[in-house]
Design a protein around this ligand. Structure first.
Ligand SMILES: Cc1ncc(COP(=O)(O)O)c(C=O)c1O
Length: 432
């Protein structure tokens, strides 16, 4: 443990043992500069660093912590589960309960398979779609992140509806070529892609609320068109709601808009802060999985009793406390507090929000719905704002393009304080 060491000291040592000092790249603060605070403990809406500093946290572990940190019901559920056994690699009641609960909340899911991360969920859903259709091609959208799956770490090639190129080293060109990448928010590009490739497409995968490159709220008609084209062409529609699921009005964007996918991918909230992902949909697709069908997918720790206990406790608390309505009300309070502060600022920031997910959009133009709508100063200005907010005890994710997360532990005082701090911070940020 830290034995009284500071974040600076730990950061120096971390870089000797961990690649870039971290286990997931954004945590290294490369996009905002400075030393990442090392967290000693966290409770409710607050994280405390080893340096004794206190931060109101708007990262929420990048989404899972809808109840805030160390919620007593979650801690107790994990403690009880651990006392009964940390892993069985055999069926147990908790995984059945979590599956039933997710099904009750998300219409259209008849069968579920739990895995250990969102990445595993999307990777497995793609394999299942290929297995169900006997086709190889996958369609994805620029700016949507689906975890570090080879087939999905792909950028658009030149021109519309062309085959993708890998966006990470280590991805075979042949894998990237099986992925077609389209810009978001463009019905013509969709129609053209389906005309050219529709008969070979296994699946289209989309974040229906793209939230990994800013918060790019999509037009419902666009998502409906995608649903229709998938149906007409025999391709499966995968709604990746790993991030948006259980954080938006309607529980999922799909359910809220009445757009039923062939497969959902889920994660984050359903693990309550422990490692869980899931994919699910109608039995006619899901039953193609092993042991019933020919598509293989397995996991030593899948359905882990601690993880499902944390997820169940989280969903039970949300349901029992009218969680989705309360989060939306908190979000509306944030709009009310932060909106005028941003308007009064010399910087052209606007608040974009859906349920408990928010983003500070930089620029005067129409709110972006695709990744080419970003102002060129977005990252630079955010880096300065981020530093000023940290100084004032408010922690946003260390990148201009990551969203913020509210939890039921954020009370009105925390949000009023945040709005005030943003106002002060923006005064310290020079205009570009
Ligand atoms: C929409 C979406 N899909 C998939 C993933 C990957 O999940 P994980 O990081 O648990 O592998 C993420 C992670 O942020 C995500 O936001």
């Amino acid at each position: 443990m830290s034995a009284g060491r500071t974040s600076e000291e730990l950061w120096t040592e971390a870089q000797r043992h961990l690649v870039g000092g971290v286990n997931s790249p954004v945590r290294a603060y490369r996009a905002v500069g400075g030393t990442p605070p090392f967290i000693a403990d966290a409770e409710g809406a607050v994280m405390r660093s080893v340096d004794g500093r206190r931060y109101v946290d708007f990262i929420g572990s990048f989404g899972p912590l809808v109840l805030g940190h160390s919620h007593p019901a979650v801690v107790e559920a994990v403690r009880e589960a651990a006392a009964r056994g940390t892993s069985f690699a055999a069926p147990h009641e908790g995984e059945v309960e979590l599956a039933r609960t997710v099904k009750e909340l998300v219409p259209g899911i008849e069968k579920i398979r739990f895995v250990n991360s969102g990445t595993e969920a999307t990777q497995s859903a793609i394999r299942l779609a290929r297995g169900c259709t006997g086709r190889d091609l996958v369609l994805k959208f620029e700016g949507c992140y689906h975890g570090h799956v080879d087939a999905l770490l792909v950028e658009a090639g030149s021109g519309l509806a062309t085959f993708g190129i890998a966006s990470s080293a280590g991805i075979p060109a042949a894998t990237a070529r099986d992925t077609i990448v389209l810009p978001l928010d463009d019905e013509d590009a969709l129609e053209q892609a389906f005309r050219r490739h529709g008969g070979h497409l296994a699946a289209a995968i989309i974040e229906p609320l793209p939230a990994n490159n800013g918060l790019l709220v999509q037009r419902p008609e666009y998502l409906e068109r995608l649903r229709r084209l998938c149906t007409e062409n025999g391709a499966l529609l995968i709604l990746d709601e790993v991030l948006s699921g259980f954080r938006v009005p309607g529980v999922t964007i799909g359910a809220g808009l009445g757009i039923e996918p062939d497969l959902y991918t889920l994660g984050k909230v359903i693990g309550g802060g422990l490692p869980v992902g899931a994919y699910g949909g109608p039995a006619r697709w899901m039953d193609r999985l092993s042991p019933l069908g020919p598509v293989y997918q397995a996991g030593t720790l899948s359905g882990n009793p601690l993880a499902v206990a944390a997820g169940l406790a989280t969903l039970r608390e949300l349901r029992a406390n009218d969680g989705w309505a309360r989060m939306d009300a908190l979000g509306a309070f944030l709009d009310q507090e932060l909106g005028p502060v941003l308007e009064a600022s010399a910087h052209p920031y606007r608040l974009v929000r859906c349920g408990s997910i928010f983003w500070l959009a930089y620029g005067d133009d129409e709110l972006p719905r695709r990744t080419d709508g970003f102002h060129p100063n977005t990252a630079e200005i955010f880096g300065l704002l981020h530093r000023e907010l940290l100084e004032r005890g408010y922690m946003l994710a260390p990148s201009a393009y990551e969203v913020g997360f509210l939890s039921l532990a954020h009370d009105e005082d925390a949000l009023t304080g945040f709005a005030g701090a943003v106002g002060e911070a923006l005064e310290e940020v020079p205009a570009p």
